[in-house]
Ligand binder design. Structure first.
Ligand SMILES: [Zn+2]
Length: 588
């Protein structure tokens, strides 16, 4: 018997065997049991998630002569013919290579003839979004009045490219990417049945690499098993996939964090010499940074699908690098990925983007707050430095110290920092606060009423990034008389962080102030219970470990200002602010 590739051999023959896609399976099973199968379906979802597999199962089930409930028997004439691809009643078309009107007209004309062996003629059109407009029109005529013995199953990875006239006549089923856990489980079953000896870590690596596509995962298992002659180790998987070994990632991240451009370039050159695909590498760098952030946030090692010894080493690495740097690295990797599309030299794009991170800055984060009238000192880690520091940062969560500044520098007529230029951390222009006449609710309402205008103005002024980062945020309250509190959904951490980057924040504040006719400032907070609402104890002000986060720094700064207003002698700038305070929360 000739060798059959694994993913064909392991294609599900019953609804029970379908991995994931529970809601799709349940809907189709119910339709079969109640004899309410639709005449047109649209199966949409990423590649390798089971669309054509489920389509064939449905074709088998509707035509099976001995169906048990919703399950096809897999042994009658009809089932066997569909299984072998010889059924005349089930027609599969790849629209990517048959996209013209003639092919579709041929199909629609054949719908007039009755099925030969089964009850239905089933047409499975894969990648249906590839059809031409004329072909869609021809298909539409049949979909408008489908013969009773015909079922169309249109499958696509790009549902938005299908005319709404077509989609509105189909019952739509959304297929989702499979989880790493689901893929791992299936790979384990297949490996043990096929007598493939696979290390758990190798299985995890394959499941991750497949990115939600079970078909890819099984094909990779096939490939690795052939490579290792029936035994699959993590090393084999790395050889086959070209996965960056942990050592390389460690070296790259350490050299970037240390601002060492030479080491960074050397690490990248090593990968280039090894024939590494730079597009894939950029994605891996982004994933690596994300995993380090997860570990740094106290995430569980089991949440990472990396091998356990790898996770331990990553936790050690994460403890030596600031969260700010990791967010910047993740952002840079994402930018590199998007800029690489269509670039003639992807390696150069990645090098330039990453070297932008390694560039040392002139000023520290502490210095950039000097131009801020509200800043009277914030709790700072003694080792607190921006991620661009030449030295590698070692965090000591236990040590905190209050650093104060006697000279608050306010300089007029300095150029407005552009959001494009994040290295500009010079003093900012501050105009007199003139909000004392309006109440907090009135101010907040005014902010809300100009919010859409603000987004438009940012767009017009080409502050596209500032606008994009601001989009998920909503003004929800007012603090200290003129600080607008913006809430961001918990999943938009990066947006929130980017809005608080001084240049971006200042651009937004300037435009917002102009529109509202008031001197306003902003603070971004995640949409969850605020630390400041818990009574304002010192512990809630400064959480060790988070001091490198600009958001926390800013929040601490605001609370410091508020505390000084209550107890200490008021300074010039503090005095010029209204005493009214609204945390955005109503207590009663
Ligand atoms: Zn059957």
């Amino acid at each position: 018997m000739p060798y059959q590739v694994l993913y064909r051999a392991w294609r599900p023959n019953s609804w029970r065997q379908v991995v994931g896609q529970k809601s799709v399976v349940r809907i189709l099973e119910n339709a079969l049991l109640e004899n309410k199968v639709s005449h047109a379906y649209l199966f949409s979802g990423p590649r390798g998630t089971g669309k054509t597999t489920v389509a064939r199962l449905l074709a088998k089930a509707v035509n099976c002569k001995n169906r048990q409930g919703a399950e096809p028997c897999n042994s009658c004439d009809s089932c066997s013919a569909i299984q072998n691809g010889t059924s005349v009643d089930v027609v599969e078309i790849d629209a990517a290579s048959n996209r013209g009107i003639d092919e579709i007209r041929g199909i629609t004309e054949s719908t007039r003839y009755l099925p030969v062996t089964g009850a239905y003629k089933v047409y499975i059109v894969d990648e249906v979004h590839m059809l031409t407009q004329e072909a869609f029109n021809a298909l539409l005529k049949t979909l408008e009045e489908p013969p009773a013995h015909v079922i169309f199953i249109l499958a696509t990875t790009a549902p938005h490219r299908i005319p709404v006239t077509i989609t509105s006549r189909c019952q739509r089923m959304d297929f989702h990417k499979l989880s790493v856990g689901e893929i791992c489980e299936r790979l384990g079953e297949i490996a043990s049945s096929e007598g493939i000896d696979i290390e758990p870590e190798a299985r995890d690596a394959l499941a991750r690499a497949a990115e939600g596509s079970l078909r890819d995962a099984i094909s990779l298992l096939d490939l690795c098993s052939a490579y290792g002659r029936g035994k699959v180790t993590r090393h084999d998987v790395e050889d086959v996939l070209g996965t960056s070994p942990l050592e390389f990632m460690e070296k790259l991240v350490r050299s970037l964090a240390a601002g060492d451009a030479r080491e960074t370039l050397r690490a990248l050159r090593e990968m280039s010499d090894a024939g590494k695909d730079f597009f894939q590498l950029a994605q891996e760098v982004g994933n690596f940074a994300k995993d380090l952030i997860l570990l740094k946030s106290g995430g569980d090692l089991s949440e990472l699908t990396r091998p356990s010894d790898e996770s331990r080493r990553m936790r050690e690495l994460a403890s030596t690098i600031s969260r700010n740097f990791l967010f910047a690295l993740m952002d840079a990797a994402a930018r590199a990925v998007s800029e690489m599309r269509g670039a003639s030299d992807p390696k150069l794009v990645l090098e330039l983007t990453l070297l932008g991170l390694a560039r040392p800055s002139q000023q520290t984060e502490v210095e950039m707050f000097r131009g801020d009238p509200g800043f009277k000192g914030a709790p700072l880690d003694k080792s607190d430095k921006p991620y661009t520091s030449q030295e590698q940062r070692v965090e000591d969560p236990g040590s905190t110290a209050l650093v104060g500044f006697s000279g608050v520098e306010v300089r007029g007529e300095s150029p407005e920092p552009s959001q494009e230029d994040r290295t500009d951390k010079g003093p900012v222009t501050v105009q007199p606060v003139n909000v004392s006449l309006a109440g907090p609710e009135e101010i907040l309402n005014r902010v809300k009423s100009v919010w859409d205008d603000l987004l438009n103005v940012l767009q017009k002024r080409r502050l596209v990034k500032a606008r994009a980062y601001l989009l998920p945020g909503k003004p929800v309250g007012l603090r200290d008389g003129n600080v607008v509190v913006l809430k961001f959904p918990a999943t938009y951490t990066t947006h929130l962080e980017q809005v608080m980057v001084p240049g971006t924040r200042k651009s937004i504040e300037t435009e917002l102030s102009k529109l509202a006719g008031l001197e306003l400032r902003i603070v971004a907070v995640p949409d969850e219970p605020e630390a400041s609402g818990s009574g304002g104890s010192d512990e809630s002000v400064a959480k060790p470990n988070e001091e490198d986060n600009p958001l926390v720094l800013r929040a601490s700064e605001l609370l410091e200002t508020a505390a000084r207003k209550k107890s200490g002698p008021p300074g010039t700038h503090v005095d010029s602010r209204p005493a009214r305070r609204d945390t955005g929360k109503r207590t009663g």
